[in-house]
Design a protein around this ligand. Sequence first.
Ligand SMILES: [Ca+2]
Ligand SMILES: [Ca+2]
Ligand SMILES: [Ca+2]
Length: 517
Amino acid sequence: MQIIFFVLIFAAQFIGGCNVEDKAKTITTPGGTNPGINPNGLPPGQYFQTSLEVPNSLNDPLLTTRAPWTGAGAPFNYLWSFEQIEVQSLFDKLSLPTQEIIVATIDTGIDKDHEDLRGRLWLNPIEGAADRYSNGIDDDGNGFVDDFIGWNFVANMNNPADDNGHGTHIAGTIGAAGNNALGIVGIAPWVRIMPLKVCSSAGACASPDIRAAINYAVANGAKIINISLGGPDTGADSLAFDASITNATNAGVLVVVAAGNSAMDAKNMSPGNATHSFVVAAHRNDGVYCSFSNYGFKLDLAAPGCANRDGLETSGILSLNSQKCGALGNIPCSTRTVNTGSSSTAYALKQGTSMAAPHAAGLAAVAWTASPTATPLQIRQALLRTSQAIEVGKKSIDYGVGRLKATNLITEAQTAPGIKITSPRYGTSDTTHTLGFRIETRSNDVHWSLRYQVAPFPDHVDLDGGVVIGSDGDVTSNTSVDLTQSWTPPTAGEYLIILKATANGETYYDTNLVTRP
Ligand SMILES: [Ca+2]
Ligand SMILES: [Ca+2]
Ligand SMILES: [Ca+2]
């Protein structure tokens, strides 16, 4: 089996890095010995609070502080990204669904004892029992022994300790506790985080581990998976990711993937280039795209990922810092970089598309809170529709459909149909293409059309322009259909395919790119 190593795609030191190594690694079968959670450590109850609510007020101190930019010249608050996506105004309009929303973070693990994550972790309903989380028995028969809060696929144990810091940062952006008078607030602070560790302390992540983690998340109830890592497209391995992420989507899970920090076309980065990956680029606090962010029409949208307004290079995304080192997370870190200007080592600034993706994953959780029965394609469309277009009606090569915003998310989550071009894979080259697409209607009929625009493309492509490939009558309300359209591009070249759908006077789009040799 070919083993591909991915690297985390966050901080500046990895820009242009994305090294692929093909050295072999032994993947052991889950199960067997369990060197993980110390039975004398915190009991499961410490990770789980039964009383949940959407916080209507927020007393988290870092929400409004401007340190280390205190003084008259302080240009913006620490949590500028939380402010920019305008999610807090929705909190008092939401009530929690009867089934909790679980967000899996496929990353470097988590600092399970972090003060601002206390009570926020997913707890396996069977393995989490006091007499089951450390008994060495796979009580729920899911193939993982004592997996009470997630899994460590690197060390094959039940302790997904974060010996890097990246995963804890991402978990905090999605779901740090709100209104607890500590630290920050996550975008959806009522979700459960399911930490799945696939990356080493050095940030190397093996693709079979990532796919195993995707499968774990789907099998154990996650609704959203955040993947802030990637590597170059490598053919068969990328096809395997395509299958895993399609399976996740068909199982009702939205997979959000960072676009990558290599300033190259995101279509070359796997697993972001998988058909159903929701691909997130990064923009700064002044709205301009981050210079390292990958680009291209595979992008879905852009979200906060860096900041350098007024030359403040330290003004990245503020979130949680893992204070644990060592494979078991049992060694306090004394030297981990903290750049917040605070004496606390519990919080840190990081920048990258890795930090942008969890903003979208968090808003997906908000959308699902507003519409618990929505499908992943409907949630995807809701996020696209409520984003702030760079040019109205156009898709941008640097931002996708625009900047992530929560403004109309509740309405969109409840009304947007799911529409998605499902085949062929992005960038496929062929003389004739069979274009597959899915339409999942809500309470209104959907009328669809397929069109193309031919390269060279402008930086902002008109989604209403182009040449009609086909269109048809209405897809009736409350149905899901998979349709195909055979199409031969007129000449050699690159084509942007646009699926346009109208429902109740509103317009929705999806795009794909194919070539004719
Ligand atoms: Ca188990
Ligand atoms: Ca057990
Ligand atoms: Ca907090």
